[in-house]
Design a protein around this ligand. Structure first.
Ligand code: AMP
Length: 523
């Protein structure tokens, strides 16, 4: 007797057990699980009335609203495939993704109706345009359709290998690729995350991480599976986050390191009175030990560092705390926590390989490429067998991330291979230099890229955002790095900037810093 592994199975259980519990808070709107699922069922019936069949794709462009959350149930429970699009992209990118995915229905939040209108003539296959809020001429009104729709839809049989989502993600310059995530991929990510991290109906989750990004690291389904409350958040800024955490008794959220930095450097009046004990996951970029120490020490929050890619559903590793870590000093523990960690329970096998395909020694020094095989690796890139074959070779998915293995088996990412700066024949990890810069008392954020250098071929160039009111100089920053690292790692150039170019999920767009144009950003 086998039940296909699917987040829809967890939803079936949740609708039975948590019907009366609070499911969603979105501004003034509050929904119980019974109300949430009633809305999802109505939308499923409406989509079927539009002609959406099993395997069809439905595209969404929306921030973290209740309607965006509803898509993650209404679309897959009829066997259709959700395509959540990064709303920070430009209209031309929306057109590319909608057409490449073959989506026939496009649902957009009010902020994006004009953007979609500007590309309508490029979307010949789309039959239905739905405004999730603020419908205007030429748009169907989501709420009006929901109100008129029956709650009965036809539920097809879903196999665990069926497509659940296509998440578009790009390299630094290429067109985005559609990562095919199956019901099984997501279900395994959910179960594995929960095996490492206890969550239950007593928890309340704040939506700081975009739902479109790798399906919110599958928290769109994890939160429901455990009968928790989804606290929606439309703008990620400390002056909204801190009051919501207090008012809604938030116990957990996920955040890229850049959001952690914003939290850690928020003004005292915001941080005062913040409840202690909030737990959070961080990933998406390497978090600096200094940031971890600050958030844990000053706010009393508990950080769990995880790592993965859209292509791996997304989580592969967790920096698993061990009892013996508790005896370490806070700063020594933060250095450990800044490591990406160890394989998660059922995500699959991870190896760090040298260019010859051999595992690197566990010496904390030899750099190799992180590769993984197993349950969370995507089915492939949608309609792109060549890109799939480049990424998955001999049964292994190649992440493009460069890391070392420490003697205790914990993996630490030092860079992405293409980001390694080779200066005078010596490799420099930009992450390492950034880690030092972030320890400078005047520095709020920093990014280091390789730039052409007459003598050394390449040399590090640091882009630095200073803390409000702080001052420094190029010479002082260089001296600070020189005091902490080998001289050849010292940036040859330091540019002070107001902000760093970032994707919606907080990843620094290093190719922009290198002067590499404005291609679609990697999430
Ligand atoms: P995405 O597919 O947009 O989620 O990007 C995945 C990439 O983000 C990975 O290949 C890494 O380069 C980076 N990344 C994700 N999590 C971490 C982490 N914990 N530490 C360092 N880099 C990370």
């Amino acid at each position: 007797m086998e039940t296909p592994l699917s987040p829809m199975e967890f939803a079936r259980r949740a609708r039975r057990l948590y019907a009366g519990r609070e499911a969603v808070v979105d501004g003034d709107l509050r929904l119980t699980y019974a109300q949430l699922f009633d809305r999802c069922d109505r939308w499923s019936a409406a989509l079927q009335a539009f002609g959406v069949a099993q395997g069809d794709r439905v595209a969404y462009i929306a921030p973290n609203t209740h309607a965006q959350l509803e898509s993650f149930y209404a679309v897959p429970q009829i066997g259709a495939v959700i395509v959540p699009i990064n709303y920070r992209l430009i209209p031309g990118d929306f057109a590319y993704i909608i057409n490449h995915s073959g989506s026939r229905v496009v649902c957009a939040h009010s902020d994006y109706l004009d953007a979609v209108d500007s590309i309508r003539d490029q979307l010949p296959e789309v039959t239905h345009f739905v405004a999730l809020e603020g419908a205007k001429e030429g748009w169907l009104d989501y709420e009006a359709i929901l109100a008129d729709s029956p709650a009965a839809f036809t539920a097809p049989a879903i196999a665990e290998g069926d497509l659940l989502a296509i998440n578009y993600t790009s390299g630094t310059t290429a067109r985005p690729k559609g990562v095919m995530i199956t019901h099984r991929n997501a279900a395994i990510n959910i179960l594995t995350t929960l095996a490492h991290h206890h969550l239950g109906p007593e928890d309340r989750y704040l939506w700081t991480l975009p739902m479109f990004h790798a399906n919110g690291w599958t928290f769109v389904w994890i939160v429901t599976a455990r009968g928790m409350a989804h606290i929606c958040l439309r703008r990620v800024e400390p002056r909204t986050i801190f009051p919501l955490i207090s008012a809604e008794r938030v116990t957990m959220f996920c955040a890229a390191p850049t959001v952690l930095i914003a939290i850690a450097s928020a003004p005292d009046e915001l941080r005062a009175g913040a409840p202690r004990g909030v737990r959070l996951f961080t990933a998406g970029a390497p978090p600096a030990a200094a940031t971890i120490e600050l958030v844990e020490g000053e706010l009393g929050w508990e950080i769990t560092h995880v790592y993965g890619l859209t292509e791996t559903s997304p989580l592969i590793t967790i920096c698993e705390p061990l009892p013996e870590h508790a005896a370490l000093s806070p700063s020594a523990r933060a250095v450990l926590k800044a490591r990406q960690g160890v394989e998660m329970l059922a995500s699959g096998e991870m190896r760090v390989l040298d260019p010859e395909g051999n595992e690197v020694p566990a010496d904390g020094a030899t750099l190799g490429e992180l590769t993984v095989r197993g349950n969370v690796v995507m089915k492939g890139y949608f309609n792109d067998p060549e890109a799939t074959a480049r990424a998955i070779r001999d049964g292994w998915f190649y992440t493009g991330d460069a890391g070392v293995v420490h003697p205790d088996g914990y993996i630490e990412i030092r860079d992405r291979f293409k980001d390694v700066i080779i200066s005078g024949g010596e490799n420099i990890s930009s992450v390492e230099v950034e880690g030092v810069l972030l320890r400078h008392p005047a520095v709020q954020e920093a990014a280091v890229v390789g730039m052409a250098h007459e003598r050394w071929g390449e040399a590090p160039h640091a882009f630095v955002v200073l803390k409000p009111g702080a001052s420094s100089s190029e010479a002082e920053i260089k001296q600070f790095v020189r005091d902490h690292l080998a001289h050849f790692k010292t940036p040859q150039w330091v540019s002070f900037v107001d902000e760093l170019p970032k994707t919606a999920t907080g990843k620094i767009q290093k190719y922009v810093l290198r002067g590499g144009g404005t291609g679609i950003a990697k999430q």
